[in-house]
Write a protein that binds this ligand. Structure first.
Ligand code: PGA
Length: 258
């Protein structure tokens, strides 16, 4: 059975002090949630301090990006080995902001996925279409291309060592959430595509939804059969919102069990 995961993507927000304050607010209520898994992905400079604060809690540490290279003359880049050393378990790969603002191609994203695996990190592979692509009916083509770039390089079974996050770009930070049905349709497409190559990998694959998830819509999204949790941006910076989303994952998980 798949266990739901809620991961907070803090993006380039906050300060060391606000990170500590946020953790102080979320860790006690999250300690009471035992059914799903939870993670936070702070900016690089805060990883060590956040990792320290997470000690003794079940909340896992993640990073927002990693280099496609091992080590060497790559000014500004951070390697998978460094992230592993900082205690990261997860790393977001191919977020739409990395693809659009920083020009990451499908090939670079696939190379980053491979690096994450090499260093024992669980990559959270983001895929998703922009508004124009949805409107012109090519959502599945785009998502398939992004997914296939990774499986071509790493193999389908490599997906079982990571997580996929479907994040329609038009829903990220816009307040426009995909409806539960829209999310479910793309999640089912992703599982079906992986399943055509490897049924067991597809059945075990966690597929998160991301894009304006809030306390008010998380429960309906998590109730969809192929929505295995969420990648949360803006709402992960607001303690009450993030805790409520985590509670929704816990409740959805309880429903699955009974
Ligand atoms: P959002 O961001 O929840 O603020 O829409 C999600 C993400 O970019 O991962």
């Amino acid at each position: 059975m798949r266990v739901k995961l809620v991961a907070g993507n803090w993006k380039m927000n906050g300060s060391l002090a606000s990170s500590q304050a946020l953790l102080k607010a979320i860790l006690p209520p999250l300690a009471a949630l035992d059914r799903a898994h939870y993670a936070v992905c702070p900016p690089f400079p805060y990883l060590a301090a956040v990792g320290q604060a997470l000690r003794g809690s079940k909340v896992q540490l993640g990073a927002q990006d990693l280099s496609q290279f091992d080590d060497g003359a790559y000014t500004g880049a951070v390697s998978g080995a460094m992230l592993a050393e900082c205690g990261c378990r997860h790393v977001i790969v191919g977020h739409s902001e990395r693809r659009t603002v920083f020009g990451e191609t499908d090939e670079i994203v696939a190379a980053k996925y491979a690096q994450a695996l090499k260093h024992g990190l669980s990559p959270i592979l983001c895929v998703g279409e922009v508004l124009g692509e949805r409107e012109s009916g090519v959502t599945e083509t785009v998502v398939a291309r992004q997914l296939d770039a990774v499986t071509a390089r790493c193999g389908t079974q490599a997906l079982s060592r990571g997580v996929v996050a479907y994040e329609p770009v038009w829903a990220i930070g816009t307040g426009k959430t995909a409806s539960p049905e829209q999310a479910q349709a793309v999640h089912a497409f992703i599982r079906g595509r992986v399943g055509a190559a490897d049924r067991r990998t597809a059945e075990a694959l966690l597929i998160l939804y991301g894009g304006s998830v809030k306390a008010g819509n998380a429960a309906q999204l998590f109730a969809m059969p192929d929505v295995d949790g969420g990648l949360i941006g803006g709402a992960s910076l607001v303690a009450d919102e993030f805790v409520a989303i985590c509670r929704a994952a816990q409740s959805a998980q309880e429903t699955v069990r009974t």
